[in-house]
Design a protein around this ligand. Structure first.
Ligand SMILES: Nc1nc2c(ncn2[C@@H]2O[C@H](COP(=O)(O)OP(=O)(O)OP(=O)(O)O)[C@@H](O)[C@H]2O)c(=O)[nH]1
Ligand SMILES: [Mg+2]
Length: 309
């Protein structure tokens, strides 16, 4: 199965909901606009898909003034608009002519990966390692999850499999020390990309959130321009909870991007919209499986195509 098919499969529940409650994605837009019950069904379907009330209201407004012929086309256009971070004009999204994506392929940087427990941070670090390696970048890992012995081992296994060096700490040691060593070492070696894994933590645990702030601070101590990126990994299956968690993380370590994983599961695909809208942070990649190549740069058009079918 291709990654696109996996994404489509994962979004099938949301698609069915849109079609079942609304049951008319292919219908003539005029017929729907003239029927208040149909409009209400559509509204309910969008809310059930976790799109959120403010975005749903705007989407309905866009559809009312749409020049498209059927609902599916009008809805696609409105959804794509919602998935663009505010301020990003048309043409900024998608690949540039050379196939480069400056937003996800910067020349070199330190990326800190953060998020709650079990969302896929370590797996995503590994996947990103491969992604950058395949694009000719030199890559390093930092096993900043010193909380569990298994976490270092997990990244160590990926490091061997992918041939990417990893800086490890001692179990129970200070994750900030590992991050500092790794950032110093990256600077000395001139490595392009350093991916810093961190332990999963609940956004409500004050001490653990402060620890994250410290990890970020010492990276800057080792290299004043870094970390250029702080990416939060969000499990698509957690829906609105994921959004609340992200808001808290964003307060402590300002996020520059979000990676949404497990979109191959039975995710409510609509959650991507309030993430972009309420955080104002772009979605950089999406995860659609457990293997290293199951990570794709996020493209709003492709995502909406997979969602609506
Ligand atoms: N189906 C699916 N599974 C995923 C995806 N990304 C990660 N996983 C799985 O989710 C589980 C947890 O992944 P980890 O990478 O260990 O998560 P983590 O955030 O590092 O977890 P902690 O370090 O314990 O907080 C593993 O079984 C992964 O294989 C994805 O996109 N799709
Ligand atoms: Mg982990």
């Amino acid at each position: 199965m291709s990654w696109y098919e996996r994404l489509r499969g994962g979004l099938s529940k949301t698609r069915q909901q849109l079609n079942q409650n609304a049951g008319f994605l292919g219908t003539d837009l005029r017929d729907i606009l003239s029927n208040s019950e149909s409009l209400e069904d559509l509204e309910m379907a969008l809310l059930a898909a976790d799109v959120g009330a403010p975005a749903t209201a705007e989407i309905l407004e866009d559809i009312r003034s749409s020049k498209k012929r059927n609902l599916s086309e009008a809805l696609a256009e409105a959804l794509i608009l919602q998935l663009e971070p505010r301020g990003a004009g048309p043409g900024q999204e998608g690949a540039a002519p050379g196939g480069e994506r400056p937003d996800v392929d910067p020349d070199g940087h330190v990326v800190m990966m953060v998020g709650v427990n079990g969302v896929g941070k370590t797996t995503t670090v590994a996947k990103l390692g491969q992604y950058y390696m395949l694009r000719g970048k030199s890559v390093m890992f930092a096993a900043g999850d010193t909380f569990r012995a298994a976490a270092g081992t997990q990244l160590g296994v990926w490091s061997e499999r992918l041939g990417i060096p990893v800086i490890q700490g001692v179990e129970g040691g200070d994750p900030a020390a590992v991050a500092f060593d790794a950032a110093t070492s990256r600077r000395a070696r001139g490595t392009d990309v350093l991916l810093v894994d961190t332990a999963g933590r609940l956004h409500t645990k004050h001490d653990l959130m402060e620890e994250l702030r410290k990890v970020k601070r010492v990276i800057t101590k080792a290299d004043p321009d870094e970390p250029a990126e702080v990416w939060m990994v969000i499990d698509a299956v957690t829906g609105q909870n994921g959004l609340q968690q992200a808001k808290k993380f964003h307060e402590v370590v300002p996020l520059t991007g979000v990676i949404v994983t497990k979109l191959d599961g039975t995710a409510k695909g609509g959650i991507l919209i309030p993430i972009v809208r309420e955080l104002g942070v772009p979605i950089k990649f999406i995860g659609v499986g457990e293997r290293p190549d199951d990570l794709q740069p996020f493209e709003s058009r492709e995502f909406v195509r997979a969602l609506l079918g």
